[in-house]
Write a protein that binds this ligand. Structure first.
Ligand code: M6R
Length: 419
């Protein structure tokens, strides 16, 4: 007997599976066909599911983009949103709620929504949202992000927003999940099954959906011109190719990790849209390698954390530059880049080891750092997606080097179904 939720349980017999309510009544079974193939559920020659899933990201992103773009017009068009266009034109604020890695996607989503759609967005932890009696008005929407669609805290947040009469939009990877069923609108990521506990391809596909949603909303609200939306659409379509190029640095990363894994504390620093990626990099590392890691907005370190810097500490500086686009002609990259450079100096002068991740062959950053990795040069909005990949691979190789159980780290479950 297995408890399904707090109302029903499952009885598995040799030739029969039945569901009962706690009052003993049988619950009718509905048969649904899962689209995922058996091959997707196997390791396919990789040592771990996590590594396989890291390598599946180009395909997962391409599948996620597939039906959300009008390929004739060359512009974002998300069919799931079409029946809600009139309502979405009125939206004045969006509360994004999620847990763990999905919440880091939400933080990047806030930058996208505010930049492209000029709609105010706030981000909450699933476990906090309902306790602060959130102020939601008739033009607010709640956006819930979850790979599994079964995270108890995210579901509780959705319940809260329903009680307040606010429409809910879910970004989810699992069809027929509770979140998908309970939401007014669902946009699916097409990541395929994610088996490793550490979320990888679910995260990058969530970022892609958030990007597309922000562009769609920007078009509806008139804050993006068609020309700008076309440019953003064309840039995001390059992503699968850019992902493959970025993943090609794995052997370099593997070598580098033989040095990195000797450190006992890691800082991840980023600014602006890349700051949430510092949080994600540190979460990934701590959950699978058990190393102590912290992610910070780089400007915050002098307000306390810099006290921790010494020789045993490795700091990862996320400092890509951005291509200029029509919507973002000066993505502040020059100013932010210089500020990251002075953060780097502050750490260096205190004896900390530095690994920088920048764009392409960045000589200046390379010269100032102990180690350097270059991701392909891309736009402001796509940098966070590419930056994620080396951080996933760093977490993976440090964990392998430390001999931890990468796919099933201690104390963690793939889906946290209790509050
Ligand atoms: O299924 P969900 O996306 O709702 O899960 C949320 C978190 O539990 C999840 O992202 C967790 O933080 C991952 N283990 C991170 O890799």
């Amino acid at each position: 007997m297995i408890y399904l939720n707090d109302e029903e349980y499952v009885v598995c017999r040799k030739k029969q599976v039945e569901i009962f309510s706690f009052s003993g009544k049988p619950v009718p079974l509905v048969i649904k066909t899962i689209e995922w193939t058996p091959d997707q559920m196997e390791k396919g020659g990789y040592q771990h599911f996590m590594l396989k899933e890291i390598y599946e990201q180009g395909q997962a992103v391409s599948n996620t983009l597939e039906n959300k773009i009008d390929h004739v017009q060359g512009i974002v068009n998300i069919p799931e949103l079409a029946p809600h266009f009139e309502k979405l034109k009125q939206v004045s604020s969006i509360s994004i709620v999620a847990c763990g890695t999905a919440r880091h996607a939400a933080l990047v989503g806030k930058y996208y929504l505010e930049k492209f759609a000029r709609v105010a967005a706030d981000v909450d932890f699933g476990s906090e949202f309902r306790y602060r009696d959130p102020i939601l008005n008739p033009k607010s929407w709640t956006l819930l992000i979850s790979q599994s669609g079964e995270t108890a805290d995210t579901l509780a947040a959705q319940k809260e927003s329903k009680l307040k009469g606010v429409p809910s939009l879910a970004i989810c990877n699992v069809r027929e999940s509770t979140l998908a069923r309970e939401s007014d609108v669902v946009i699916y990521t097409q990541a395929g099954p994610e088996i490793g506990v550490a979320s990888t391809k679910a995260f990058t596909t969530q970022l892609v959906v958030l990007y597309l949603f922000a562009v769609q909303l920007g078009l509806l609200k008139g804050s993006l011109s068609e020309q700008q939306a076309r440019e953003l659409t064309s840039e995001v379509q390059k992503l699968p190719f850019l992902i493959e190029n970025t993943l090609a640095m794995e052997s370099k990363i593997e070598k580098l990790c033989t040095q990195l894994q000797k450190k006992n504390f890691f800082f991840f620093l980023g600014r602006d849209v890349n700051y949430p990626i510092a949080l994600e990099g540190s979460l990934k590392l701590k959950e699978i390698s058990y190393a102590h890691a912290e992610g910070y907005p780089a400007g915050e370190i002098k307000h306390g954390p810099i006290a921790l810097i010494e020789k045993q500490v490795a700091t990862l500086i996320l400092s890509p530059q951005a291509l200029s686009t029509e919507i973002n002609p000066d993505p502040m990259s020059a100013v932010i880049y210089e500020k990251m450079m002075s953060n780097l100096q502050e750490i260096k002068s205190r004896g900390g080891m530095i690994l920088s991740i920048g764009s392409g062959e960045d000589k200046k950053l390379q010269d100032q750092s102990d180690y350097y990795l270059g991701i392909p040069k891309t736009t402001w909005a796509l940098n966070p997606i590419l930056l994620t990949l080396p951080l996933q691979m760093i977490a993976y190789h440090i964990a392998v080097g430390r001999g931890t159980d990468v796919d099933k780290p201690r104390n963690l479950a793939k889906s946290v179904t209790v509050e």
